[in-house]
Design a protein around this ligand. Structure first.
Ligand code: ZN
Length: 597
């Protein structure tokens, strides 16, 4: 800090002497035509997300920042001979969007959440198929692909097999000589050959008992059902990732997001592939091909990664950090998934008495880690699905606040939040904890999800966001996409529609509604969660997130007004133009290029 101060003074003095030579610049008042803008947009409907002035007709942009936000008359004072000027013809414009939890680094990489390997193309299992149909599909696929080293298929539903889960012997019967890996929600079902290659047997310790572990039979032998991240330490020695396809996948995904108006995002975790993902992203930035600001993170998914995490994040920052690629966040997979009963819940899972799941750290351990983050000036992002996980995290933040001098530095975000105990809702606002959701999950399918069985009556109060909004807590929204196969789910207008309707979009109005109706969120709150609040989570709210004089000029001009169209058509809205720091990076402002993918 002291080292840079003299330089700062020199810069300040230099800028003072420059303005002294140019009195007209120094005297420039808003609307002074002697200080014209680079870009003027008028005749639009700007939803600014700035409480002081929610709507505006016109903006002026100079040197990448807004210098005027107001009406059509006022903006004329910023027009000079070289100003690029456009009339938006009444179109809606919103701030550049922030996707506050997604996974660009994982794109094109193969493998899943639970295992680092993939055999290449993953074949589908019969949707809703019986146990016999699934095993028959594996047998047929293995026979049709004799040269595949790994048989990788997905996905199967854990409710077919009850609490004990599936067994490797069913797969051994049809494929005894090659590894088989069947993906599902945060778990895999493998055969004996796969366990052998992963070097997993009855002596292998569980990396995080009760959270990331090998389901075992009465003799302690792994059954072949591997939950959460237990396979990672043992499977990495044969994990082969093709950097080229990873890079291609990252580019495809970022172009998709940018084409939809996302200008900033949080990368919420790359397991062991930080260096691979971030070297590719740094390469993109160096080549001028990184179309978004990307907040990178260090990912703690097993407890043994806690001690080095801060140092690792700082190393990533030193090695790969740039202008757009930044590193200020540590991500922890704090509990698991309620679908496979690894979430940390206050009351036992309804179909598994005695099992309340568990967290990666206890309250004291998380408190101490937060204090370390405070000292290192780093933010924290926690994956949490269970109400006990939420309670522990809030308790840890509360305890850490008491331990530090002054304000607690880390902005702590709890992500996913399937269930929150009623008593804990007000604590988000009280403790300044951010709540992150992926509204793309907030609809209801024809078939009740697995969580209806594991959570029981608690299913009725899943994903309740409105109480947090009513309290004035900071709520952010994101796409949480982990593979290219699901890329279209990263469409933020899809998230807005599902958050607004609590219905999936495919069936339109006829789709079942996830009750209660009071959880149909206002579009204004959704846009704020995708912009200003997202910028706050990424610690960029002083620079971004609203259309406000002095802020960086990130803008999305939309082809349709999402506040005025049919509530079932919002997912079809697309940008006509995306502007980042005053530059038109996508489409055009004259109704030219189409951005529909
Ligand atoms: Zn995620």
């Amino acid at each position: 800090m002291t080292e840079t101060r003299p330089r700062l003074w020199i810069l300040l003095l230099a800028s003072l002497s420059i303005s002294a030579c140019q009195p007209s610049t120094q005297d420039a008042s808003p609307g002074d035509a002697a200080n014209p803008a680079d870009l003027v947009l008028q005749g639009g409907k700007f939803f600014t997300v700035d409480e002081a002035q929610v709507w505006a007709e016109a903006v002026a942009i100079k040197d990448g920042r807004f210098v005027y936000v107001g009406d059509n008359t006022g903006v004329q004072g910023f027009v000079g001979p070289d100003t690029d000027r456009h009339d938006l013809g009444g179109k809606l414009a919103i701030p550049g969007l922030v996707d506050s939890h997604t996974h660009p680094g994982r794109m094109g990489r193969g493998g899943g959440v639970s295992v680092p390997v993939g055999s290449g193309p993953r074949a589908s299992l019969p949707r809703g198929g019986s146990k016999e149909e699934i095993v028959a599909a594996v047998e047929a696929y293995a026979q049709a692909n004799p040269d595949l080293a790994w048989i990788e298929m997905g996905s199967w539903s854990a409710d077919l097999y009850g609490v004990a889960g599936p067994h490797r012997r069913d797969l051994d019967r049809v494929v005894p000589d090659r590894p088989v890996m069947l993906g599902s929600v945060h778990s895999v079902w493998v055969n004996s050959k796969a366990l052998e290659m992963m070097r997993v047997d009855s002596n292998t310790p569980d990396p995080a008992p009760g959270l990331s572990f090998f389901v075992r039979d009465a003799d302690g032998e792994p059954t072949g059902w591997i939950k959460e991240f237990a396979a990672w330490p043992n499977a990495q020695h044969f994990a082969a990732v093709d950097p080229e396809s990873n890079k291609e996948g990252i580019v495809t995904f970022l172009e998709y997001l940018s084409g939809h108006g996302v200008t900033s995002l949080l990368d919420a975790g790359n397991q062991n592939y930080h260096d691979l993902a971030y070297s590719l992203l740094a390469e993109l930035e160096a080549a001028g091909r990184l179309p978004v600001r990307l907040e990178g993170s260090y990912h703690i998914y097993l407890p043994d990664r806690v001690p080095d995490a801060i140092e690792e994040l700082q190393r990533l920052r030193r090695t790969y950090g740039g202008e757009r690629l930044r590193f200020n966040t540590i991500k922890i997979h704090f509990d698991g998934t309620n679908e496979i009963r690894t979430g940390a819940v206050l009351e036992p899972f309804s179909d598994d008495p005695g099992n309340r799941g568990t967290t990666l750290l206890d309250t004291g351990q998380l408190r101490d880690f937060i204090v370390q983050l405070h000292e290192a000036r780093i933010d924290l992002h926690l994956h949490i699905v269970g109400d006990r996980g939420v309670r522990i995290a809030l308790d840890a933040v509360e305890a850490a606040r008491r331990l530090v001098d002054g304000e607690l530095y880390p902005r702590v975000t709890l992500s996913h939040l399937d269930i929150i105990d009623t008593a804990d809702y007000p604590r988000f606002k009280q403790l300044g904890v951010i709540a992150n959701y992926t509204p793309q999950w907030h609809g209801l399918g024809d078939r009740l999800p697995l969580t209806a069985a594991t959570l029981g009556p608690r299913f009725e109060r899943m994903l309740l966001v409105q109480p947090l909004l009513d309290d004035g807590a900071v709520v952010t929204f994101s796409s949480d996409v982990t593979s290219l196969r699901a890329m279209e789910r990263a469409n933020p207008y899809l998230g807005m529609q599902i958050g607004h309707n609590r219905q999936y979009h495919q069936q339109g109005e006829a789709a079942p509604i996830r009750l209660p109706m009071t959880e149909r969120l206002d579009l204004e709150d959704l846009v704020k969660g995708y912009t200003l609040n997202g910028a706050y989570q990424l610690r960029m709210d002083d620079q971004l997130g609203s259309i406000q004089v002095g802020k960086l000029a990130d803008l999305v001009v939309l082809d349709r007004n999402l506040f005025e169209i049919d509530r079932y058509e919002i997912h079809e809205v697309r940008p006509e133009a995306v502007i980042m720091e005053g530059e038109i990076i996508r489409g055009s402002l004259d109704g030219g290029a189409e951005l529909r993918p």
